[in-house]
Design a protein around this ligand. Sequence first.
Ligand SMILES: Nc1ccn([C@H]2C[C@H](O)[C@@H](COP(=O)(O)O)O2)c(=O)n1
Ligand SMILES: [Zn+2]
Length: 203
Amino acid sequence: MSQELNGSQTPTNPAKEVVNLKRKDYLNWDDYFMATALLSAKRSKDPSTQVGACIVDTQKRIVAIGYNGFPRGCSDDAFSWSKPSDGISTDPLEHKYMYVVHAEANAILNSNGTSLVGTRLYTTLFPCNECAKLIIQSGVKEVYYMSDKYAEKPTFRGSKRMFDAAGISYKRYTPTRKQVIINFDEIIQEELNISLDMKALKM
Ligand SMILES: Nc1ccn([C@H]2C[C@H](O)[C@@H](COP(=O)(O)O)O2)c(=O)n1
Ligand SMILES: [Zn+2]
């Protein structure tokens, strides 16, 4: 028996199945933002610890990224990446700590005037006390970190104390996958294969 539709009804076909080719292994948001922080860290020239940070707004838009490096104009060839434990020099002016801008600080500076109020910061290393001050003052509300390897150092204990007082939440991030691979070669090869296929088809 056929049914008549009145003005407020729309025709539906419950028997029809939607063929959905949506990928299943796409990156989830958190892995994507932490991977962005990790990719950013790859820009760092620090020989011992490369740090990356990525700041994301409530609409899941990346508003800033940064990594640890020397300030603009302070060339990596003129300033040293050594540190006291290297035994190269005892002069603090020869150590990286005097000059390096931390990843989180660089990310905040790179936000270029965009409000960071209510944002979330993904960082590959827990923020130090100096970065914690900037994070708090710029309005970042949440911190996701990968490593807390310096947790026992007073500067890192100090940041937790400030975060607790300021109501900033901080959480160690556990990725949902083992790796994110970016294989330039594979992409180039795929394009070569396609153009070879096209040529073969024309012949
Ligand atoms: N949250 C942090 C902590 C440290 N950094 C930077 C500062 C140095 O370049 C490096 C640490 O060097 P290490 O003492 O491990 O030889 O990481 C940062 O950007 N953000
Ligand atoms: Zn710092």
